[in-house]
Ligand binder design. Structure first.
Ligand code: F6R
Length: 602
């Protein structure tokens, strides 16, 4: 998992590259490197550490040249150290490249190349690519041809940026199952793993597809097929995101900014999908077998989707983690299946693999995605965008609530098509959904008291999050948020499960966060809360029913929202609580250890 940036033009390349790398740090941040140059001499600087520290230590900004590439790494093969940082080179040092992805057959290629006399310096799978091109160049004077021949030998996923010292007027960019986008400027060209990396310079982009590469000079770009070298016609898209949207806008962390953006994001998810939802709902209505696949937070959205579809459309979807689905469902999928993949990045390797499997077996695939032009949107037959805007914090927040919004709309409209619920009920849900952004604004006002609560809880070792029915995904997501950014152990579970084991872990002062919206299961929740309280647990209760304050040690009053819409509103205080706990414990909530924003490898 890594970020790539490239530049060719008249600017100082190192400045464009370092700024781009900062914006790509969410993709990985254990090491980084830059190569720049004019003419055939290249300057390579790289090392382990965060970009800011490396930029000072290695003086990235002193690097000369108006063309170059850069990389920020999240280790897969080879520990994060100076040698394994990208760029990597061939034996001559003339072929310099950076890579995002995994080369599955690198061990055998490395063995073969070593026998031919190539000397490897790093433990990475990436270095093999540079030597492979060098080897092919022995039988061809044409670099592009040699590069194509070499890349055909690779198995796995790769986005690459390549500099060849003997071709000072150009850069090469390749995409195969890892993201890469070109930025088209005026007498200057950019490329990166993601648009915000160069958005301050241009909003004109060309999305490369799998199996394509681009040859880029400062005033031209050509996209070709990797297998044949034939040119491919590509459209130039204009991106409407402003850079401002990708910056912190005055908040101390991206995560907090993104939590606060949720009312706007939910409104955009509603209004941006007015046209599409009805059409897609008619499609869903045709399928008896509906399967949700996703990972992490998106998986929790899928669980909420299941409850919504059960309740409203009277469909019982299967919900599977994509990493399980891809190996367990091969024989169970056919053309009567609708697979709904939920993925904010649209690049999660397991989710893409599940989608590809479903396509192979003839199923229809719908993707619910945030990142425009991402791989998932290319695989899917139908795409619904969540319109959350770029999410930079590693922990998903606004992308989750917009996924929930889209799923609610889909369940309501599918119910309308199937006539499974009285029209008045659907109409009241449609109306209520329009008020959800205001409800979220209301819970954001709790921020101050949640910060105080975090102060009280910051040294606790274990947390439990419980809910019932549609409250279950909120419990799971609350626990995940806490774990990933505060590093406190947390479990999310359905409250009914408590007495089947987890209750044994409750003792004096253990916080139990109870999601208890008004509804059919409110009384059941109160019983579960009493059970926990009797074991000494500290109850933090979230409800729109004031009477919960009698049993809860800390009561968080939520607005009166329809129970089916409660997941969108109730998760927000849990995001804020996790955020404050993370900051109080001295962590960086935007960049939790061991995690990266898009998990583009299995
Ligand atoms: C947690 C988080 C992850 C992602 C998961 C799937 O805050 O962000 O659990 O939800 O990696 O990512 P996408 O949605 O991009 O497929």
């Amino acid at each position: 998992m890594c970020g790539i940036i490239g530049y060719i033009g008249d600017r100082k390349a190192c400045e464009v590259i370092v700024r781009g790398l900062k914006r790509l740090e969410y993709r990985g941040y254990d090491s980084a490197g830059v190569v720049t140059g004019d003419g055939s001499s290249l300057d390579i600087r790289k090392g382990a550490g965060r970009i800011d520290d490396l930029a000072k230590r290695l003086r990235f900004l002193d690097m000369k040249g108006t063309r170059g590439i850069g990389h920020t790494r999240w280790a897969t093969h080879g520990v994060p150290n100076d040698t394994n940082a990208h760029p990597h080179t061939d034996c001559t040092g003339k072929i310099v490249l950076v890579h995002n992805g995994i080369i599955e057959n690198f061990a055998e290629l490395r063995e073969e190349l070593s026998q031919r006399g190539h000397v490897f310096r790093s433990d990475t799978d990436t270095e093999v690519i540079a030597h492979l091109i060098e080897e092919e160049l022995k039988s061809s004077d044409d670099f592009e041809e040699a590069m194509r021949r070499a890349l055909k030998k690779l198995k796995g996923s790769f986005a690459l940026a390549i500099v060849y010292a003997d071709e000072p007027d150009r850069l090469y960019f390749v995409r195969n199952e890892s993201p890469l986008v070109l930025g088209i400027g005026n007498e200057e060209m950019f490329a990166a793993s993601d648009v915000p990396a160069f958005l301050e310079y241009t909003n004109k982009v060309v999305f490369l597809d799998d199996g394509e590469y681009a040859v880029v000079t400062k005033d031209s770009w050509t996209v070709k097929k990797l297998d044949t070298g034939e040119p491919v016609e590509k459209g130039v898209h204009e991106i409407s995101w402003t850079l401002d949207m990708a910056e912190k806008a005055g908040f101390p962390h991206f995560m907090l900014k993104e939590i606060y953006e949720q009312p706007r994001a939910i409104r955009d998810a509603i209004h941006g999908n007015r046209e599409t939802i009805g059409r897609v709902a008619r499609e869903i209505a045709n399928y008896d077998r509906v399967i949700f696949v996703a990972m992490g937070t998106s998986y929790h959205a899928a669980i909420a989707g299941k409850y919504l579809f059960q309740k409203l459309a009277k469909k019982i979807p299967i919900v599977e983690e994509a990493s399980e689905f891809r190996y367990e469902f091969e024989d169970l999928i056919d053309e009567n299946t609708l697979l709904i993949a939920i993925t904010q990045s649209g690049e999660t390797a397991d989710t893409l693999a599940a989608m590809k499997l479903a396509k192979r077996r003839g199923a229809k695939v719908l993707a619910i995605v945030n990142v425009v032009g991402s791989m998932a949107t290319r695989i899917a037959d139908l795409t619904i965008y969540t319109h959350a805007g770029p999410e930079i914090g590693v922990a998903a927040t606004k992308t989750y609530t917009t996924q929930l919004t889209v799923l609610t709309m889909l369940a309501v409209e599918t119910a309308a098509v199937l006539d499974t619920v009285p029209l008045e009920r659907l109409e009241s849900l449609r109306k209520a959904l329009l008020s959800v952004p205001e409800f979220v604004e209301k819970v954001l006002e709790l921020d101050g008291s949640l910060a105080e609560l975090a102060e009280e809880l910051k040294d606790r070792r274990d947390f439990f999050y419980i809910g019932r029915g549609i409250g279950v995904p909120t419990a799971l997501e609350g626990a995940l948020k806490l774990k990933e950014i505060s590093y406190i152990h947390a479990e999310g579970l359905s409250a009914g499960e408590l007495k089947h084991g987890p209750l044994a872990l409750l003792e004096d002062g253990v916080p139990v966060v109870a999601i208890a919206p008004d509804g059919r299961l409110f009384d059941k929740m109160v019983s579960n809360i009493e059970e926990s309280k009797a074991r000494g647990a500290m109850i933090i209760g979230l409800s729109n029913r004031g009477e919960l304050s009698k049993v809860a040690d800390v009561f968080i009053q939520t607005p009166d929202v329809d129970e089916l819409l409660s997941p969108i509103v109730y998760v927000v205080p849990l995001q804020l609580l996790a955020y404050h706990l993370s900051v109080l414990r001295g962590n960086d909530p935007d960049k939790p250890r061991n995690l990266a924003k898009s998990v583009t490898v299995e």
